[in-house]
Design a protein around this ligand. Structure first.
Ligand SMILES: [Zn+2]
Ligand SMILES: [Zn+2]
Length: 354
């Protein structure tokens, strides 16, 4: 198994971001990322710049819809139409065309101090046809935390980690709800990077530069084979992992997520019967194993939206007790002893036979 960290949902100068694709790829390379996904607002202008840049696989999708119901669409060659009023129509249409689609910031709260309290949440959540959803969007989450000016200034200048607590519980509940209805839904963590350049009291300030965001919430992809050095193949590998849910979200600021694994096994010495994102039939004697990159961690396995088993790091094994949707969460234990939300892995779908 090979894992590749990357960053999803990035804005460039083609919409309201401040960096060019090449500058952004250089920043991603310096942060150790292996792929990035650009998603400008309603334009695919960056598409001709797809390729391997600074050793990073650069992919270009698009973020559709202006007001509400923002939707990330990947794997399209021509700009599709959005649909703010009937997002399900847009999703079905793009699904038929074979595109990947992700619900962006479904529960964005906005801030009374930013853009007059404007929030770009979902007004009509879809029933079907999408690939997955953002469970953790760094920029959107931060905005929602700006409820006090003095505290925001303190966080921004001195303690940015304190502002980011856990993915919105509503987003996790929505994900569990969809998978509980028998769907396979890929959870991703994103930056929604803009690196906006503003002036505060006449002083130029760049809010969350790309180089900063590429060390916050990343999505790690799991491949069975190494990532290809040829762009078209690597692109196919990245999109296949996202489509199937072979990926996990990591808040890398706490500790890098490299080295995490979550798999189902039939016996101790056997190869994994399924890894995160995969589906398999139920059988007796199946157990689930989670490995955390850090000793200082608390591991939880969630089955059908409820805590199933938990234990200290770096490893947790527990026996599955029947068909269900099993996913893993890891909390990083800080020196002060606080367990902080860190890694969220996509489910292993254990289905009843027949
Ligand atoms: Zn958006
Ligand atoms: Zn965006």
């Amino acid at each position: 198994m090979y894992t590749y960290p990357g960053n999803i949902h990035i804005h460039t100068t083609y919409s309201d971001g401040s960096g060019t694709i090449d500058e952004i790829a250089a920043a991603a390379s310096a942060a150790g990322l292996r792929y990035i996904i650009i998603a400008d607002h309603e334009t695919l202008a960056g598409l001709p710049e797809e390729g391997i840049r600074h050793g990073v696989v650069v992919l270009v999708g698009v973020e559709l819809n202006r007001e509400n119901n923002h939707y990330l669409v990947l794997g399209v060659d021509r700009l599709p139409r959005g649909n703010e009023e009937e997002p399900q129509e847009m999703i079905d249409r793009l699904n038929r065309a074979g595109a990947l689609g992700f619900i962006a910031h479904p529960f964005e709260k906005g801030s009374p101090y930013i853009a007059g309290g404007k929030s770009y949440h979902w007004t009509r959540l879809p029933e079907r046809g999408f690939t997955g959803l953002e469970i953790w969007n760094y920029t959107s989450y931060w905005r929602g935390r700006v409820t006090s000016i003095p505290r925001t200034i303190y966080w921004f200048l001195f303690n940015r980690a304190a502002a980011v607590d856990s993915p919105p519980p509503e987003a996790l509940a929505l994900w569990d709800d969809y998978t509980g209805r028998g769907m396979r839904v890929t959870a991703i963590g994103t930056s929604d990077a803009h690196a906006a350049r503003v002036r505060v009291a006449g002083i130029p300030v760049e809010i969350f530069p790309y180089a900063f965001l590429f060390r916050q919430i990343n999505t790690y992809l799991c491949f069975k084979e190494k990532m290809s050095g040829a762009f078209p193949e690597a692109k196919g590998q990245v999109y296949a992992a996202l489509r199937e849910g072979r990926c996990y979200v990591s808040y890398d600021r706490l500790y890098p997520g490299e080295g995490f694994s979550f798999a189902a096994f039939r016996g101790l010495r056997e190869e994994a019967a399924a890894i995160m994102g995969e589906e398999m039939p139920w059988q007796e004697g199946l157990f689930l194993a989670v490995r955390s990159p850090a000793r200082r961690s608390e591991i939880r396995i969630i089955k059908d939206g409820r805590l199933f088993c938990r234990g200290g790091g770096p490893e947790l094994r527990c026996r599955a007790n029947g068909p269900g949707v099993y996913r893993a969460e890891v909390y990083y234990r800080t020196l002060a002893g606080k367990a902080r939300p860190w890694i969220y892995a996509n489910p292993i779908y254990i289905r009843s036979q027949g």
